[in-house]
Every structure is written in C-alpha cells, then in structure tokens.
Write a new protein. Structure first.
Length: 149
C-alpha cells in the first residue's frame, strides 16, 4: 500500500461498520495501517478492499481485512488472501492466522466471515472468551502455507 491509499482504505473501513466497531475504525486500524504490511485491491480506479498483515508468534497474522459491500462475493477477498500467502512464503513462514467473532454470537456478518475463512482452508485452533463487548468470543483460525521447494 502506498501512503496515498490510506484515506481510501479508511473509506472502505467506514463502510463496513457491521464488522469494525468505533474503536477499530477510529483508532486501531488507522494506527495499524502505518505499521503493518497492507495490500489493496482496486477496480481500476478505486480501492475496493484491503488486508493488513504482521508477524505474530512466528506466523503471518491478518490484522484487518475488508471488501466494500458491493464487491463482496466476487473473489476479491480470496485474491487478497493469496497475496498474503505469497508474502508469508517469501518471508519463510509456514502458517497464516486470523481471528474472528465466534459462533456463539448470532451475528450474520460474521457468519459469512467464518464461512469465507473455512472455504479458503482455514481451521479453528483456538476459541477464547474476551472482555471486549464487541467481540465476547473470538476464534483463532490458521492455515498452513506450503513453502516452494
């Protein structure tokens, strides 16, 4: 991501208030965009999706990911995941991880998020209860990244 993409990424974030609470939209994501590796997807003119990544406990971790509502279901998220996996392989990492809201919370947007990750080969490896009212249960998901020979 180029610094000039940051406002466009924040526009995507603002559109996705069902996924990103006020703390994420106004504090966490703007800070992380400055410090995490970020890839963007565009439609030839405008940024339509993004993924931010960092290394955490020896794994490539997805910190944030989003695709504009009207572009969902068109493969953009999967393309962003592929870029992340390429980066992980280039950095010599063996796994990519993500976290999402757990399934004990009945919230439709995150049902689709869990399906997306599962469809793309991620598996649940940890379930946590949290003190965060926006995410009282989180799932930690991981996927093995095959290294080239």
């Amino acid at each position: 991501m180029m610094a000039s993409d940051e406002p466009a990424v924040l526009e995507v974030v603002a559109e996705l208030s069902d996924w990103f609470d006020d703390e994420a939209r106004n504090r966490s994501i703007p800070i992380d965009l400055k410090h995490h590796k970020t890839f963007v997807a565009d439609d030839g003119h405008d940024v339509v999706g993004f993924i931010t990544l960092h290394v955490y406990h020896g794994r490539l971790d997805i910190s944030w990911m989003g695709v504009r509502n009207k572009y969902r279901g068109k493969g953009i998220g999967t393309q962003l995941l592929h870029r992340a996996e390429e980066l992980g392989r280039a950095w010599g990492l063996e796994e990519i991880t993500a976290f999402t809201l757990g399934d004990t919370i009945d919230f439709r947007p995150y049902e689709s998020t869990r399906r997306f990750y599962t469809k793309n080969g991620f598996e649940l490896y940890q379930r946590n209860q949290t003190d965060n009212p926006s995410c009282p249960e989180e799932w930690r998901l991981k996927k093995r990244i095959t290294q080239p020979r």
